[in-house]
Design a binder for this molecule. Structure first.
Ligand SMILES: Nc1ncnc2c1ncn2[C@@H]1O[C@H](COP(=O)(O)OP(=O)(O)OP(=O)(O)O)[C@@H](O)[C@H]1O
Ligand SMILES: [Mg+2]
Length: 234
């Protein structure tokens, strides 16, 4: 296994007046290439902060975040933009699709930030949306919209997929479908997938389970026999 991501003593401190809030507090962890990682922890624990730092959407106060051999913490805006374009696919709780573009257009939009030619129909087909390419987001169900946002994240073939409560807005059956899709991407394309969730059932499917509390690691468990998402009793 090759290490893809390493946090070394990372802190993210928010200051307001005299108060300091340590959203992440001297946190260290490692994630391998192609690992399916689940992050659990109570509200306010620092999960989204961790994901945003890793995705280059926010900057650490101290520590090192090494991705694919490079420390991204001191990157300037220009370097961060390139980093995000090359490495990061983001999937959020709410789908962040552009309402006046069709599914296919939302996916092909990614061509603006990558050099690759993107075949929207082909990628939509891979997430089971072959027949929905020309619909607008408002004409799709929640699960379908989330699949478009996954297709969009996959379109640029990122080295990692960062998912912040990707099933939070979905019913449980549709949620399982989405998680299964993410696990398949991980296994088939060796994409590193990091999922923040409140659903502790997903722990059984993780290659690595990271629990966070008060901005610190509570535990890291490596699962030698992860279940297929479809084998879990939800
Ligand atoms: N921009 C900000 N300014 C000040 N404090 C912030 C900011 N963003 C997050 N925080 C604080 O940092 C802490 C961690 O927030 P974070 O969003 O990472 O939690 P979380 O684990 O994702 O929680 P949830 O499960 O509710 O989404 C919280 O106490 C939050 O209030
Ligand atoms: Mg959050």
């Amino acid at each position: 296994m090759t290490t893809m991501i390493e946090f070394q003593n990372v802190s993210r401190i928010y200051k307001s007046g005299k108060n300091e809030l340590k959203a992440l507090d001297d946190l260290s962890l490692k994630i391998d290439k192609g690992e399916f990682v689940v992050i659990l922890g109570p509200s306010g624990a620092g999960k989204s902060t961790l994901l945003n730092l890793l995705g280059g959407l926010d900057t650490a106060t101290s520590g090192k975040i090494i991705v694919d051999g490079e420390n991204i913490v001191n990157y300037d805006d220009n370097q961060l933009t390139k980093y995000r374009a090359k490495h990061v696919g983001f999937i959020f709780q709410f789908y962040n699709l552009i309402p006046n573009l069709t599914s296919k257009e939302n996916v092909e939009l990614m061509m603006d930030i990558t050099d690759k030619k993107i075949d929207g129909d082909k990628i939509l087909n891979s997430v089971g949306l072959k027949n929905h390419a020309n619909q607008f987001p408002a004409q799709l169900s929640g699960g379908e919209q989330q699949r478009v946002s996954i297709a969009r994240a996959l379109a640029k073939e990122p080295t990692m997929l960062l998912c912040d409560e990707p099933t939070g807005a979905l019913d449980s059956d549709t949620g399982v479908l989405i998680l299964s899709l993410l696990q398949n991407m991980c296994h088939e394309k060796n994409t590193t997938v990091v999922i923040v969730t409140h659903n502790s059932n997903l722990a059984a499917a993780a290659d690595k389970l990271i629990r966070i509390k008060n901005g610190r690691i509570e535990s890291i468990i490596i699962n030698e026999t992860p279940l297929d998402v479809n084998e879990i009793e939800w």
